[in-house]
Write a protein that binds this ligand. Structure first.
Ligand SMILES: Cc1cc2nc3c(=O)[nH]c(=O)nc-3n(C[C@H](O)[C@H](O)[C@H](O)COP(=O)(O)OP(=O)(O)OC[C@H]3O[C@@H](n4cnc5c(N)ncnc54)[C@H](O)[C@@H]3O)c2cc1C
Length: 406
């Protein structure tokens, strides 16, 4: 027997779970599939190494979806300042929430916290069905919509399938959507560290020759680090004994947080610039990392994905409210126009910053620093960058503005 839904969302990470949650708030009969059932509870320590800086726009989405209280209860850390500086010259940028109308610039949250709170919210919504473990083995178009076949033999059918199955999206390949991109030959090394000095609820980022090193504040006083390194260096740093790693980290930090006292497990993620050439196909849409993977230096990947989630949900709900069929390609084309340009702009900005900081020649470094200091001292330009980084741009989906879309 084939179960029938209006929408099937494949991938229950931050983006897919947010998409399904928004659709279910709008009364859409939605199935969320993931190959794993996400954990909802864990011991207070240690902090997970996968942490994201979430913008104000993302917070608005998560609040509207009813997930934010569950996130706060599990632990989020507000950061009020962001300090960025160049290790090879005197360029410096300082963003302060006091220059905005908000009490913080954003929040640092373990990815598992966001996912668990969204799945908790989904449990309360009658039109949502979560199916795990569920691995999609195949998908085809038929007269009624898209038929999704699972590896265990079950099949489901829907008017529309939304893929949020991550950077290596199997669904994107099944539909035949090509990608454009390249490897950075860099890894993002992540770990949780204990530092001698307080993080002061500040996100610190030091640009070094191989890439930026970020210290992101956590609620328990520790910092989550994201260190962009060449693939070879990352590999060698993963192999170091803890005390040797702490020594190289302390040196790389420029002593900004004093001595590095302890480090937890380390992992490195290969970095890619990658975008799907199309976001849509017949009765099909891509969201999140399945549509775009960007350099993590400004922590925007999940934030961009949450905007995709809010946008596609708003358009599906609107289409349904106008009594138009979800087989229509009109709202899908609107979704692609709405999100692809914004995502490409963000990806290109990250790419340019990464390339700018990988040039080590002293005259170029001086010029770069002069640019940073100019931005730092020019209130209007700085305010623009600050709002952009907080996700507060024009043309946001309703949920990102703190408005309901159902
Ligand atoms: C080092 C590093 C630091 C980062 N820091 C930040 C940050 O500070 N801020 C930020 O906004 N972003 C950050 N990002 C990016 C962010 O982590 C990603 O953009 C985000 O996790 C993407 O979420 P997603 O839901 O699209 O995909 P994923 O998190 O990859 O989720 C995909 C889901 O799909 C499921 N799945 C996959 N295939 C199938 C299948 N065939 N069938 C069923 N289920 C399937 C998986 O189990 C998974 O649950 C960072 C990334 C890295 C590497």
């Amino acid at each position: 027997m084939t179960d029938r839904y209006e929408v099937i969302v494949v991938g229950g990470g931050m983006v897919g779970a947010a998409t399904a949650c928004a659709l279910a708030h709008g009364g859409i009969k939605v199935a969320l599939l993931d190959r794993f059932n996400p954990e909802r509870q864990w011991p207070a320590e240690p902090v997970d190494i996968r942490v994201s800086a979430l913008t104000k726009a993302s917070q608005n989405i998560l609040e509207m979806l009813g997930a934010w209280p569950g996130m706060v209860q599990r632990g989020v850390c507000a950061y009020r300042d962001m300090r960025v500086w160049d290790a090879s010259a005197d360029g410096e940028l300082h963003f302060d929430c006091a220059d905005t109308e908000f009490n913080e610039l954003g929040h640092l949250v373990e990815n598992r916290v966001t996912v668990a709170a969204l799945w908790d919210a989904l449990d309360t919504l009658p039109s949502a069905t979560c199916i795990t473990p569920a691995i999609v083995a195949g998908m085809q178009l038929n007269d009624n919509g898209r038929l999704v076949k699972l590896q265990d033999g079950r099949s489901l059918e829907a008017d529309l399938v939304i893929a949020a199955d991550g950077r290596e999206s199997a669904l994107r390949a099944m539909v035949g959507i090509d990608i454009t991109g390249w490897d950075y030959h860099q890894d993002g090394l992540v770990a949780t560290v204990t530092t001698e000095m307080s993080h002061q609820f500040t996100a610190w980022q030091r640009f070094l020759d191989e890439g930026p090193l970020a210290f992101l504040p956590l609620k328990n006083g520790q910092c989550s680090i994201v260190w962009t390194l060449s693939t070879d260096t990352a590999k060698s740093y993963l192999a170091l004994a803890d005390e040797d790693f702490l020594q190289v980290l302390e040196q790389a930090s420029g002593g900004i947080l004093g001595k590095m006292l302890a480090v937890g497990p380390r992992a490195a993620f290969p970095l890619r610039f990658q975008y799907a050439n199309r976001y849509i196909d017949e009765r099909f849409a891509l969201t999140g990392d399945a549509a775009h993977a960007m350099h993590p230096l400004a922590g925007q990947g999940a934030n961009a994905g949450l905007l995709d989630a809010a946008a596609i949900a708003e358009l599906v709900i609107q289409t349904r409210q106008e009594r138009r069929p979800l087989s229509s390609s009109r709202f899908l084309r609107r979704y692609e126009r709405w999100r692809k340009g914004d995502n490409l702009m963000m990806m290109a900005s990250m790419d340019i910053i990464n390339k700018t900081y990988s040039v080590t020649s002293p005259p170029f470094a001086s010029l770069r620093s002069a640019g940073m200091n100019w931005v730092n001292n020019t209130a209007m330009v700085k305010a623009y960058f600050n709002h952009y980084a907080m996700g507060l741009r024009d043309d946001l989906p309703k949920l990102a503005k703190g408005q309901i879309c159902w």
